[in-house]
Structure formats: C-alpha cells, structure tokens
Design a protein around this ligand. Structure first.
Ligand SMILES: NC(=O)c1ccc[n+]([C@@H]2O[C@H](COP(=O)([O-])OP(=O)(O)OC[C@H]3O[C@@H](n4cnc5c(N)ncnc54)[C@H](O)[C@@H]3O)[C@@H](O)[C@H]2O)c1
Length: 318
C-alpha cells in the first residue's frame, strides 16, 4: 500500500488518478486551492465523489502551503504533482498566476519532497507545449526544448529544469510527464472539446482558430491514467526521467468538430479567428520511451473517447 500526495486533486487529471488509486486500496492525501480559473462547482463535484472513499484526506490549501502535509504525514511514499495554472491563452490575462502556481509552487512541492525521508518517487505534470515551435515531428523527449511559444510553456519547461536541479542536488527520484491534450469525462471547461460541445448544445457559435487547421495528439483520460499509474509503479533507480503521454494518432480540430456533429446529430456554427501565435500548430507524440518503460499504449480512439465524453456531459449537465 502506498501513501501518495496528489496536488491539484480536484482537477481533471487529479480526480481520475485519485479515484483509481483509492479503488486500488492506496491512501491518498489530496491538496487543491479550488482556484476559480474555471467553474469551481465542477471541482467540488469531483471532490464530493472522492470524499466517499475512506482512504482519502483533503486539504483546501495552496501548494505554496504544502508544509502542512509534511507535518501531518511524515511517511509519504509518492508525490504526484498536478496542480498548476493551466491554459495557454489565459497567460495574456493573468501572467502572475502562472508564476505563482507553476514556478513558486514547484519549488514549494520540491522543498516538501526534500523533507519526506520516506519518499520513493516524485512525479510531476509537464506538457507537450514545451516542444513549442519545434519543426521536427514527432516530438521526442530527446529533442531540444528551448523555444516555448507561451508563458505557460515557459513555466512548464522551467518546472522540468527545477525537477532536474533537485534530482541532481538532493537525489530526489524525479519523473516529468509531458501530457498531450487530455480529454474525456469530467474534462476541463476551458479546453476546446468541452467548449465546442457546450456551444453546439446551446446553439451558440464555436470559436475556431486558424480555420481548424490545428493538430493534436488528443489523449483520452483513461489512457493517461494508465500511464501515470505505470509511472508510479516504476522503480526510478535514482534517475531523472521524462516521458510523453500522448495519443497514438494526430487529429485536426476540424476532424474533432465533424466527429462531434456526427455523434450528437447537431450542426456546428463556426466562427473563425486567425491563428494565435501562442498556440503550437501541431503536436505529435513520439512514444518510444513511454512504451519501453511504462508499457504505455493508448487504446481509446478519438471517436470512442468523444462518445464517452458526450455521454458524461449529458448526464452531468442534464
Ligand atoms: N489536461 C491537459 O490536456 C493537460 C495537458 C498538458 C499538461 N497538463 C498539466 O497537467 C496538470 C493537471 O491538469 P488538469 O487538466 O487536471 O488541470 P486542472 O486545472 O483541471 O487541475 C489543476 C488543479 O490544480 C489546482 N491548483 C491550481 N493552482 C493551485 C495552487 N497554487 N495550489 C493548489 N492547487 C492549485 C486547481 O484548482 C485545479 O483543481 C497541470 O499541471 C497541467 O498543466 C494538462
């Protein structure tokens, strides 16, 4: 049995991961500040479900206050650090939220890890956005990543470098996971798939950038959780590692809209906006290392995953 701290536990990925870990009989200590970046009621609904498990303890705290957990739980075995200010476009509005949660927050979590003498593995969320404007595709963890297109990407890359420094300086076994556009039930309302479906259901216009000629390795949430679970079980051998967790195939935003139309029987009203310079035009994941070391093989097709997302949306929002 593991004793695992999960930051960002009320978030999309944190909720799914925690549920899986609790169902497997682990103890999870979750921390989240329930940031108002998107609808807090969705975060509360996720938490409500997690709190039905006896193995779950929740702390309504900022990660910059993670010290409370060190004091209360001295025997933590794993930390999965998911809390962050997410989203690429919001950088233009609230840059200091990214500095607070993604830079300062990362140091606070790493400092807590230094204090947990029982800690076996520190795992944290990075992002495909670190590949920035790289022209070489698919994106490999071996590629240089020094041209972020947004402040979000820059903070995620910085968090990777901080992880490296703490691994090097203090021997903290450390693994970064670069997630590629995760979607599915309980997903984030600020992301395109959620926004498209919501607009279609409400008969409103969808905002489509660059004529829908934006490409992503969309990754279904259950596939991502399988990858994170495999990483938790990995014996890190004191290495510093990075893995891509991305979908096996790359799809355009146009394809997503067509599939949503087919699956809902609704017609999308598209409103076109020009290409946003902060957005990576195309993300394609090279999964070589993830397959070799985590056995990571995404199984859920985009059509199947969108169908499951629509069914959840209809149940949750009535
Ligand atoms: N979902 C994706 O497609 C995707 C892609 C790449 C990377 N990521 C990364 O994965 C992680 C999880 O993403 P998600 O989609 O679940 O996002 P999310 O926004 O749903 O979850 C993040 C959670 O962290 C909490 N949080 C934010 N700042 C905090 C702080 N200072 N203190 C405590 N809690 C704080 C939020 O309240 C939220 O519940 C993030 O680090 C994100 O950057 C996600």
């Amino acid at each position: 049995m593991k004793k695992i701290v999960i930051t960002g536990v009320a978030g999309f990925i944190g909720y799914h991961l925690t549920k899986k870990l609790l169902a497997a009989g682990n103890i999870v200590i979750g921390i989240d500040n329930l940031s108002p970046y998107y609808d807090v009621r969705l975060k509360e609904a996720r938490l409500e479900e997690l709190l039905t498990y006896p193995g779950f303890t929740f702390y309504l705290n900022d990660i910059c206050e993670i010290d409370v957990l060190v004091k209360d739980f001295p025997d933590v075995t794993h930390v999965v650090h998911l809390a962050a200010q997410a989203g690429v476009r919001y950088c233009a509005e609230k840059p200091f939220e990214y500095v607070h949660s993604n830079l300062k927050g990362q140091v606070h979590v790493l400092e807590a890890c230094r204090q947990w003498k029982s800690l076996q593995h520190f795992i944290y969320a990075s992002s495909s956005s670190v590949y920035g404007g790289n022209l070489k595709q698919p994106f490999s963890v071996q590629d240089p990543v020094d041209k972020p297109l947004s402040l979000y990407a820059a903070t995620k890359r910085s968090a990777e470098l901080m992880g490296y420094a703490y691994w090097h300086g203090f021997g903290i076994p450390c693994t970064g996971l670069r997630f590629f556009t995760v979607y599915g039930p309980w997903g984030r309302p600020d992301m395109a798939i959620f926004q498209f479906l919501k607009a279609m259901k409400e008969g409103k216009e969808l905002t489509v950038y660059n004529g829908g000629d934006m490409w992503r390795s969309f990754t279904y949430i259950d596939d991502v959780i399988d990858g994170v679970m495999a990483c938790i079980d990995l014996k890190p051998d004191q290495q510093y590692q990075l893995f891509n967790l991305g979908g096996a195939t790359c799809h355009s935003v146009c394809e997503v809209i067509e599939l949503l139309e087919e699956l809902t029987g609704l017609q999308a009203k598209k409103h076109f906006e020009p290409y946003l310079v902060m957005d990576v035009p195309r993300t394609v994941a090279d999964l070589t290392e993830s397959l070799d070391q985590l056995g990571f093989t995404p199984k859920v097709s985009l059509k199947e995953g969108l169908g499951r997302f629509i069914r959840w949306y209809d149940t949750f929002y009535g």
